[in-house]
Ligand binder design. Structure first.
Ligand code: AP5
Length: 214
């Protein structure tokens, strides 16, 4: 099963993708994570995209389509892909369709997670991540069971993203409404869109994702 999790910054795409990986042995392909890894490892491409990401603007289609194409070629295990944060433009959506066609695969569903802007601001400004395993937490809604220690890997090292501030979030939201929201109509017209309420407890949202995929 190949699915897209579609939604604005902070909608909970990464959180729900991690659950699907654990519960269904799917493979998460997050272009945001791939770009952050490129920055950390200091590749030429990582240096090119750093300022763009910190501002909250979109990286070029060419770069992100290249990253996804590479992953589709090299990743052969798991029960399908979860596309998290990709596609974000109509050009990326067309490219994904072509890449899957070439592999004789198709998309099963596009789950749009709807969350109002006010909730997004508090989710983004309270987010922190385990530096070791990438587990995602929140100052209020999802703290580690033992303060300062990652539930998943036991690390004591946490980070906050450079673009998780109100100014970058405004730019990210504008990019979402301008470039990414047209994908809602695009996938609706293809009969692949499932819309769910992304507000509520993480478990409640996970149950809605599961129903959408049933
Ligand atoms: P990316 O990393 O994809 O960021 P994003 O889309 O802005 O999404 P986020 O990761 O911020 O949010 P999320 O929906 O995953 O929420 P999460 O689960 O973490 O992209 C970053 C940048 O990279 C872009 O701005 C762009 O520059 C570039 N980029 C990436 N892909 C690109 C592409 N395809 N094309 C061009 N450029 C690209 O949850 C957020 C917080 O809320 C967490 O703290 C979590 O614990 C909490 N939370 C989650 N669910 C709930 C809930 N139900 N209730 C309460 N709290 C919750």
């Amino acid at each position: 099963m190949n699915i897209i999790l579609l939604g604005p910054p902070g909608a909970g795409k990464g959180t729900q993708a991690h659950r699907l990986v654990a519960e269904r042995d799917m493979v998460q392909l997050s272009t945001g994570d791939m770009l952050r890894a490129a920055r950390t490892s200091g590749t030429e491409m990582g240096k090119q995209v750093a300022a763009v990401m910190d501002r909250g603007d979109l990286v070029t289609d060419e770069i992100v389509i290249g990253l996804i194409a590479e992953q589709l070629d090299t990743n052969t295990s798991g029960n399908g892909f979860i596309f998290d944060g990709f596609p974000r433009t109509l050009a990326q959506a067309d490219a994904l369709g072509d890449l899957l066609d070439r592999k004789g695969q198709h998309l099963h569903a596009v789950v749009e997670m709807k969350v109002d802007d006010e909730a997004l601001v508090s989710r983004i400004t309270g987010r922190f991540t385990c530096s070791e395993c990438g587990a995602v937490y929140h100052d209020v809604t999802k703290q580690p069971a033992k303060e300062g220690e990652c539930d998943n890997c036991g690390s004591h090292d946490f980070t906050r993203r450079a673009d998780d501030n109100e100014e970058s979030l405004r730019t990210r939201l504008m990019a979402y409404y301008r470039d990414t929201s047209p994908l809602i109509g695009y996938y609706y017209a293809k009969g692949q869109l499932k819309r769910i309420d992304g507000l509520g407890e993480i478990d409640e949202v996970a149950a809605r994702v599961s129903s959408a995929l049933a």
